[in-house]
Structures are given as C-alpha cells and as structure tokens.
Design a protein around this ligand. Structure first.
Ligand SMILES: [Zn+2]
Length: 203
C-alpha cells in the first residue's frame, strides 16, 4: 500500500506540459514554498489552480483525494501541480529497460505490427548481438515471440524484416515514470500524450 505522502504527483511546467513526477511530499513542500500550485479539476472537467492557502481551504471530503493531516488540520493530497517558474521542456533521460522499450513501441511488434501483452513480447536486436549489435535504444525493438524466432540472428535485409519505425531513444513522458508503473492516475491522462501504436492501416 502506498502511503498518501508517497503517492505520485504529475509536475507540469508553466505551459502545462508534463515535465516530471514527484511524491506528494515533495509536491506539498513546493506548494508551501510558493514554487508550485495545485491543478485541480472539478466534475465539469475545468481546471483551477490553488496556492497553499487556497488548497488548504478546499473541503477535504470529495472522495477523490487522499488526505494528509498536518499539525493543525487535514488537507487533500494533490495529484497534479504546476510549477511557477520552470518553463523549459523536459531533458530527462528515459531509463533503458525492457518495459520502457515496450512502452516506447506501444506494445506493438515492429515486424508484424500487432499489439501484444508483455508476456508475448520480446526484445529483438535489429543487428543481432552475435554480429556486434549493441543493446541500446537505437538497436532494439519490441517484437512478438513468433517474429523474433523467425528473424533469429539474421540481419534485417537478410531476414526481409525491417522495423516499422527507426528505433531511437525516446523523449521523457510521464508514462516512463516508475511512479506510473501500476497505471497512471486518471487525472493525469488529460495532460499525457500516450504512445501511438505503430499499426499501419491497410486500405
Ligand atoms: Zn510480430
């Protein structure tokens, strides 16, 4: 179980672009210091921002937020904050991992273009390892077990199997955050561009 102060908060820059995730503990301290405001949506899906005093004045029992207790009183745990000063685009590196390769390629086999669950996906080295291909963002793609077996240790041209998208290191997005591993809070989705499945539509 995640305790409320450890729950994930999406961090937006001044232009409301997602730049990071942090814990609610950190978000509340940024809020308290006046470096950030809480972004909160009501049922009509309109967004309001709150500074510390205004957030503290919010009724606590809306059912959608966890609660923390300060010395004086209880307050809601924010899910999204917007930074007051930071206006640059994210320059964070995405951690290279099997799961993040799947996320980058939208769980889509780069050879047959079908979408699979993690259990049915492999990491394929475009230039095979035994031919000197490194394990890097630029040389691995998401592949289904069948395509992976078919390609084996052949070069793409030799196998007649070219990845649909040229593999590259991805730009940081909230869904690469380890905090989003159990699924992203639904409040974030409005701000998060999900990876596009590289499925090609045939006429
Ligand atoms: Zn496949």
């Amino acid at each position: 179980m995640i305790i409320p102060l450890d729950s994930p908060v999406l961090v937006l820059n001044r232009y409301w672009q997602p730049v990071n995730t942090c814990s609610a503990r950190r978000a509340l301290s940024l809020l308290f210091l006046g470096h950030a405001e809480v972004v909160h949506s009501d049922e009509e899906q309109s967004y309001a921002t709150h500074d510390f005093a205004s957030w503290l004045a919010q009724p606590i029992s809306d059912g959608a937020h966890e609660i923390v207790h300060t010395v004086q009183r209880a307050m809601r745990v924010p899910k999204i904050i917007v930074l007051a000063f930071y206006d640059r685009l994210p320059k964070k590196d995405v951690k290279f991992s099997r799961e993040n390769v799947f996320r980058r390629d939208a769980y889509t086999c780069q050879y047959c273009c079908k979408i699979f669950t993690t259990a049915d996906l492999n990491i394929d080295h475009v230039v095979p390892r035994d031919k000197g291909g490194p394990t890097t963002w630029e040389n691995v793609v998401c592949s289904c077990v069948r395509c992976n077996t078919r390609k084996a240790n052949k070069m793409p041209k030799e196998a007649g199997m070219i990845p649909r998208k040229e593999p590259k290191a991805p730009r940081w997005r909230p869904f690469y955050s380890p905090m989003a591993e159990d699924g992203m809070p639904k409040d974030w989705l409005r701000f998060v561009e999900l990876p596009q499945a590289s499925v090609e539509l045939t006429a």
